[in-house]
Design a protein around this ligand. Structure first.
Ligand code: ATP
Ligand code: MG
Length: 553
C-alpha cells in the first residue's frame, strides 16, 4: 500500500482504487524506451515514476525496449539505456524484454484481425492515404481496398512479410471507422513494409508493427496493469483500448497519461539531442553539457540528486516547464551533503615563504566538515604553495570588507594551515607576477591568530611541490535561451557559446591524483567537480556546478 506520509498523485489514487476494488492484486508497470538514442532527464521522470510505484506497492516494473523501427534503433542504444537505468538505481523484474520478442505473436494477432474482417491490406500510398484520412473537421473516406476479401489480405500480408513487396507499396490497416472524430481511429496503419535489418531479428522480418499495434498488446502479454505514458499519447488511448478489446489478449492493461518533464535552458527530445551529437555541437551523447543521463553522470551529477529532483516533480495531467534552477538546487543540495572537500587552484600563482624551511610538514583536515565519519585527508605543506591569482591584490587601498583575500602587507589564512603575510611581488620580464614573497605566522595552524594580527579571510592553496597538474572543464548551460526549441525557433541558434571553458595548468592537492571518475568533490571556494573518465592518463576534472546560482536575476 502507498505510504500515507505523502500526498497521492492521481495515478496512485487510481492504483489505490483498483486495489480496493480487486481489479489489481499485484501492480505491474513498465518503462518502454525506444532504443533510438540515449536516455535524458525527461526519461528519468518516467523511470522514477514507473519503478518507484512498483517499489511502493510491492509490485513489479519491467524494462521493455520498444524496438519496432529498425531504421533508427541499435544495440549501442540498448546497452546505453540498460546502463543508465541501472545507474539511476533501478532494477527491473525478470529479464529485459523486447517488443521484437513478440513479433510472432503480434503477427498472429494481425492475422486474427484480418480473419474477423477487422483489418485489410491497403495499397494507397502515403499521399493518397493522407487525402483519404480527412481532417479534424471533416470525416475521412473509405479506402478502395477496405472491403477486399480476408483471404486476399492474408495472402498479401504473407507476401509483405516474405519481402516480396516494395516498401511503401502496401500497408496493413485496422478497419475501424473513417468518420471517427479521433483521427487515430480512422483505419490506422498497423504494419509497414521495411526491408532494413533489425538489430535483434536481422533479416527475419520485412514488416514491422506500428507503435499502436504493439504497445497495448505487449503490455497485455506481460500482465502490465497500469501502462503509464506521457500526455501526447492520450489521443492514442482509444486505439490502445480497441486492440485490447478486439484481440484475444491474455490480460487487460489500462493506459494512463501524465505530463512530461520539460526543463528550460535545455531540450528533452532524443531527435534533437541526436542532431547535436551528429552535427558535432557536443562531443557525444555523454558530453557533460547534455541533459542525457550519461552526460549528467559524466558531469558529476549523482543518481541520488536526479531521483530527488524527480520526486519533487508534480505527476499531473498537464504539461509544464520546470525551471533549471530547481534541478540545480537538488544537484547542489546532494553534493553539499555528500561531496568530499578538496583544494584545487585554477589560476595558480606561486607563493614562496621566506621564513619557512621545515620539510615534510603535513596537516590533517576533515574530508567533510559536517561528516566526521568520512575521516580526514592529509595536506602536505612546503616552502612554496600556489594560491589563485584572483585571491591576491597589490592594491593596499582595498577595504577589508570588500576584499577578504591576500593583499600586500596584510594577512590571510590558508585553509587548514598557517596565517601568512604577503611581503613583495616578483615580476618577470613582461611585468607579469611571477611569484609572491610571503611569510608565515608561526604557531597559527589550528590556532587563533595572535594579538594584533587579523587575517582578511581564508583562501585555498596547494603545496607546490606536491601539486597534481590538471585540466579543469568549466561547464555552463548548453543554451542561452530559456526555451531554445519554442515555436518556430531553431534550437541550434541558441547554443551558449560559453558552455565550455577549458582551463589548463591547474594545480590540485596531492590526494586528487588518485581521484576516480564517479567520485564527487567540492573544490573549496570553486564549486563541485568530478574527474572525467575519457582519458585516464591525464587528470581532468569536470565542473558539475558552481557553489551558487549565477543565473538568478
Ligand atoms: P523523445 O521525444 O525524447 O524521443 P520518446 O517519448 O520518444 O522521447 P521513448 O524512448 O519512447 O522516448 O520514451 C520512453 C518512455 O519515457 C515513454 O513512456 C515516454 O512517455 C517517457 N518519456 C519520454 N520523454 C519524457 C519526458 N520528457 N518526461 C517524462 N517522460 C518522458
Ligand atoms: Mg517514442
Amino acid at each position: 500500500m502507498a505510504p500515507t506520509d505523502q500526498p497521492n498523485n492521481f495515478i496512485q489514487q487510481i492504483i489505490d482504487a483498483d486495489m480496493q476494488s480487486g481489479r489489481t492484486s499485484t501492480l505491474v508497470t513498465r518503462f518502454p524506451p525506444e532504443p533510438n538514442g540515449y536516455l535524458h532527464i525527461g526519461h528519468a521522470k518516467s523511470i522514477c515514476l514507473n519503478f518507484g510505484l512498483a517499489q511502493q506497492y510491492n509490485g513489479h516494473c519491467h524494462l521493455r525496449f520498444d524496438d519496432t523501427n529498425p531504421d533508427k534503433e541499435s544495440d549501442e542504444f540498448v546497452q546505453a539505456i540498460v546502463e543508465d537505468v541501472k545507474w539511476l538505481g533501478f532494477d527491473w523484474h525478470g529479464d529485459i524484454r523486447y517488443a521484437s520478442d513478440y513479433f510472432p505473436r503480434l503477427f498472429q494477432w494481425a492475422c486474427e484481425l484480418i480473419d474477423q474482417g477487422k483489418a485489410y491490406v491497403c495499397e494507397l500510398d502515403s499521399d493518397q492515404m493522407r487525402a483519404y484520412r480527412g481532417t479534424l473537421t471533416e470525416p475521412g473516406e473509405n479506402s478502395p481496398y477496405r472491403d477486399r476479401p480476408s483471404a486476399e489480405s492474408r495472402e498479401l500480408l504473407e507476401k509483405m512479410k516474405a519481402g516480396d513487396i516494395a516498401e511503401g507499396a502496401m500497408t496493413l490497416r485496422a478497419k475501424i471507422d473513417m468518420a471517427a472524430a479521433n483521427i487515430n481511429l480512422r483505419d490506422p496503419v498497423i504494419y509497414r513494409i521495411k526491408h532494413s535489418a533489425h538489430h535483434r531479428t536481422g533479416e527475419q522480418w520485412h514488416i514491422y508493427p506500428s507503435y499502436d499495434f504493439a504497445h497495448g498488446q505487449e503490455d497485455a502479454i506481460e500482465g502490465v496493469t497500469h501502462s503509464i505514458c506521457t500526455l501526447e499519447f492520450a489521443a492514442n488511448r482509444p486505439l490502445y483500448e480497441w486492440f485490447v478489446e478486439n484481440l484475444s489478449v491474455p490480460s487487460e492493461p489500462r493506459q494512463y497519461e501524465f505530463g512530461r518533464l520539460n526543463l528550460n535552458y535545455t531540450i528533452t527530445s532524443k531527435r534533437k539531442l541526436k542532431q547535436l551529437v551528429d552535427l558535432g555541437c557536443v562531443v557525444g551523447w555523454d558530453d557533460p553539457r547534455m541533459p542525457t543521463l550519461s552526460g549528467l553522470r559524466r558531469r558529476g551529477v549523482s543518481a541520488r540528486a536526479i531521483r530527488n529532483f524527480c520526486a519533487s516533480l508534480a505527476v499531473a495531467k498537464t504539461d509544464g516547464v520546470v525551471d533549471m534552477s530547481q534541478f540545480e538546487h537538488f544537484i547542489r543540495d546532494d553534493l553539499n551533503t555528500n561531496a568530499r572537500r578538496a583544494m584545487c587552484v585554477l589560476k595558480p600563482v606561486l607563493v614562496t615563504f621566506t621564513n619557512y624551511d621545515s620539510e615534510g610538514e603535513r596537516f590533517n583536515v576533515p574530508v567533510h566538515p559536517q561528516r566526521q565519519e568520512l575521516g580526514s585527508r592529509t595536506l602536505p605543506f612546503g616552502r612554496q604553495v600556489y594560491i589563485d591569482a584572483n585571491d591576491f591584490s597589490e592594491d593596499t587601498s582595498l577595504s577589508r570588507k570588500k576584499f577578504k583575500r591576500l593583499v600586500i602587507g596584510d594577512y590571510v589564512r590558508l585553509r587548514g594551515a598557517y596565517i601568512i603575510r604577503a611581503e613583495q611581488v616578483v615580476r618577470d620580464s613582461n611585468n607579469n607576477i611571477q611569484e609572491i614573497k610571503a611569510s608565515i605566522v608561526p604557531n597559527t595552524v589550528g590556532a587563533d591568530a595572535p594579538e594584533g594580527i587579523k587575517p582578511r579571510g581564508v583562501i585555498h592553496w596547494v603545496s607546490a611541490q606536491d601539486a597534481v597538474d590538471c585540466t579543469v572543464n568549466l561547464y555552463d548551460r548548453l543554451f542561452k535561451q530559456a526555451e531554445p526549441d519554442a515555436g518556430d525557433s531553431n534550437f541550434l541558434d541558441h547554443l551558449n557559446p560559453e558552455s565550455l571553458q577549458v582551463i589548463q595548468g591547474c594545480k590540485a592537492e596531492a590526494s586528487l591524483g588518485s581521484a576516480v571518475a564517479g567520485e564527487h568533490y567540492q573544490f573549496e571556494r570553486e564549486g563541485y567537480f568530478s574527474r572525467d573518465y575519457a582519458d585516464s592518463d591525464k587528470v581532468v576534472f569536470n565542473r558539475t556546478i558552481g557553489l551558487r546560482d549565477n543565473w538568478k536575476s
